[in-house]
Design a protein around this ligand. Structure first.
Ligand code: WTA
Length: 683
């Protein structure tokens, strides 16, 4: 791989030595250990590399199979691994039907509306089964959806979202859920990429006290998809309030249909779950990479479901009698794996909360936990930071008790971790800091909650059957305890690993394997470590601490965005000639984008222009992508080959006086000018 110019002169970000203060260990409470699913340390031996890949049979055996597989792992076409080959199953059957004999009358989904005076809907497994069947019948018989078809679902956090996903799964159709907060345009790009002719949406939903019109995004999505060459034939609209249409937009004749009306025709209709192969795709989840185009991460049915069921059982410690709340959005991978598929595969009760954590106040999550008897709580460091800031003592007012808490999505500062542990968890709960990605399907690194002590700020060792390694730039292993950081990789395949990027298998190989592949002609999985794209450091105890992305991806409040996507959106503004986005530290959101722009000649910076740029980004992508600041600068710091040195801009955005080496710049004088603009912009 060619070295980029700026890399010749200093270590890459991944290699920087890090000097943390070592944090103290916290032991899991005895009350937790007494009831935990994973208490036998020899499980780690059973999942050692010597026992790979057969060890993962233990996960597959958590599922119901119509037909058992004959080959655990087929490696004949690296790195396109195939798990549980020959097996047949259905995900909807595994998450719903098979629980009916024992749990028919038990809550599957607690739907908590944002308005506090609206009752919570406790949907039983029986009701979930009925709703999934009816909607599957509608999708099949009204919308013509068949096995292998893609269905785009652009919905808020309501119980109808898992119903729609499971209905697709029942038919063997591939769902592609787009985060509800994404724009109509972002939805269109994703639908067009996978050629989905059906869009499932909702008329409106509550967010921070406002009933937002969501159907208007569907109108934009259809229009934008048409420009990209995709005709969306049917828009299926759930009503937030059944019987009442809560959007200002008209229904387009022959295209827009109200699901709640259509369902009258499908009352009590049942659909046999379609038997699919273990390697048939279950869903696509679009995520940001280092180019402007989001990639459709494709997950399998058998491998993925086995992996999320296994990790939810052993690392979330989910038992069927637990009330489990993952306060994340189903529109991201966390929600797919650990709100929907993992907990439902295990027959748990899972909470779906519509709104923002701090609405109407920072006590809301703890009231919900108290009311529902939630005993497993899962959220992101951003939510924890926001709740701590808005209500540091709120959790003390409520009588909730967690046995287990999770953090996911971003590094958590040890100080924030301690508040989570002591105040939210009242010192009674075990915490797991789970590191993983959209591409990995489920957890890769975390402590085992009853076996390993916790260490604030560190994810922990690899989970069962996951063997992490940290490589330096040249592919040499960096030993644990050296204090040096490098590229976090996984030595071996695992069942939850993505299958490919939809429509772009080369990008899959390039992005995750090219850099550290030992032999491109080898069919031995040992030659194909998976490169995660994160920098990390491993302490002497084997615990891994994640430093963050080493590519052009930033993690804003745990939402993954590509800097290129934001830059492309800024370039839609006619005055903007060049745009560069960098990651700036933020007290609440962890990281926020800051945008630097150069204008075309003849244009002057103004507040109006900056606002227009920000609005454009919100419209093109989502309000979550809005930069914290926009700086209009005379020129970008560039190498002689014309590459923008984002590293220097990032140093300035993060208030570092020393921006590093500038001798390779073709225009070093611009650095001082930019520093002054940023300083006066902040003043
Ligand atoms: C980051 C979210 C630190 C990391 C599940 C990764 C984390 C990216 C952690 C994936 C963690 C995830 N500590 N950083 N526990 N978990 N990340 O695809 O940079 O939305 O590459 O998946 O989030 O984000 P994604």
């Amino acid at each position: 791989m060619a070295l980029e110019p700026e890399r010749e002169i200093e270590p890459t970000e991944a290699e920087i030595a890090v000097h943390w203060k070592e944090e103290e260990y916290y032991q899991p409470p005895a009350s937790f250990i007494a009831q935990a699913n994973l208490t036998d340390p020899s499980m780690y031996e059973r999942f050692s590399l010597e026992n790979f890949p057969e060890c993962f049979k233990a996960y597959a055996d958590l599922l119901d199979w119509y037909k058992y597989w004959h080959t655990t792992l087929d490696t004949s076409h690296p790195p396109f691994w195939r798990w549980f080959v020959g097996g047949q199953l259905n995900a909807s059957h595994n998450c719903v039907d098979r629980h009916l004999p024992r749990y028919r009358n038990k809550t599957a989904i607690h739907f908590v509306p944002e308005p506090e005076d609206e009752p919570i809907h406790h949907m039983t497994y029986q009701e979930l089964w009925m709703r999934v069947n009816e909607f599957a019948a509608l999708l099949r018989d009204f919308a013509g959806v068949q096995k292998g078809d893609r269905v785009t679902i652009h919905m808020p956090m309501v119980a109808e979202l898992p119903v729609a996903m499971l209905a697709c799964a029942r038919l063997g159709a591939i769902h592609s859920v787009v985060f509800g907060g994404f724009s109509g345009k972002a939805c269109a790009e994703r639908a067009a990429d996978c050629g989905s002719k059906v869009l499932v949406t909702m008329d409106a939903y509550w967010r921070s006290g406002t009933l937002l019109d969501h159907k208007e995004k569907a109108d934009i999505a259809v229009e934008e998809a048409r420009k990209l060459g995709l005709q969306i034939e049917k828009v299926l609209i759930w009503q937030r309030y059944p019987g009442r249409y809560s959007s200002r937009t008209p229904l387009v004749e022959g295209r827009d249909f109200i699901v709640n009306d259509l369902l009258r025709e499908y009352r009590h209709r049942t659909v046999e779950p379609v038997r699919v192969h273990a390697e048939d795709p279950l869903f696509l989840m679009y995520t940001s990479g280092s180019t402007g185009k989001p990639k459709g991460v494709q997950h399998s049915t058998g491998g993925y479901l086995a992996y999320v069921a296994g990790t939810a059982k052993y690392y979330q410690d989910i038992h069927p009698e637990d009330v489990y709340w993952c306060m994340a959005d189903i529109g991201w991978i966390t929600g797919h794996s650990y709100i929907v598929y993992g907990p439902l595969a295990l027959g748990a009760s899972t909470v779906v909360y519509e709104g923002t954590p701090t609405h109407p106040d920072a006590g809301r999550p703890w009231r919900i936990a108290e009311e529902l008897g939630v005993n497993i709580f899962h959220t992101s460091p951003t939510a924890i930071r926001a709740l701590r800031k808005a209500g540091p003592d709120e959790p003390k007012k409520y009588n909730h008790h967690f046995k287990h808490m999770t953090t996911v999505g971003e590094p958590i500062e040890p100080d924030v971790w301690r508040w989570y542990y002591q105040v939210v968890g009242k010192g009674e709960a075990v915490i797991v800091d789970t590191w993983w990605q959209t591409e990995t399907g489920g957890f890769l690194c975390t402590t085992a909650p009853a076996l390993h002590p916790m260490k604030p700020g560190s994810a922990g060792p690899g989970v069962l059957g996951i063997h992490p390694v940290i490589y330096d730039e040249d592919g040499h292993e960096i030993p644990a305890g050296s204090g040096r950081a490098g590229y976090l990789c996984i030595r071996n395949p695992w069942p939850g690993q993505m299958q490919t990027i939809w429509g772009d298998p080369d990008r899959y190989v390039r992005t995750y394997f090219a850099k550290f592949c030992k032999d491109p002609n080898s069919r031995d999985w040992r030659d194909w470590p998976y490169m995660a794209g994160d920098g990390a450091v491993q302490a002497a105890d084997g615990y891994i601490r994640i430093l963050g992305r080493i590519d052009d991806v930033i993690n804003v409040a745990g939402h993954r965005l590509g800097t290129k996507e934001i830059e492309n959106a800024a370039l839609q503004v006619q005055e903007v000639a060049e745009a560069a986005v960098v990651a700036a530290r933020d007290e609440i959101k962890g990281i926020m984008p800051e945008l630097y722009v150069v204008l075309h000649p003849g244009h002057q910076p103004s507040e109006e222009l900056k606002r227009r740029i920000i609005d454009t980004i919100a419209r093109e992508i989502s309000p979550i992508a809005k930069p914290r600041n926009v700086y209009v600068v005379p020129d970008m710091p560039k190498t002689r080959s014309g590459k923008i040195m984002r590293r220097i801009l990032a140093a300035i955005s993060n208030g570092r006086e020393d921006v590093g080496d500038v001798t390779t710049l073709s225009n070093p004088e611009v650095v001082q000018a930019i520093k002054e603009i940023v300083k006066s912009g902040r003043a």
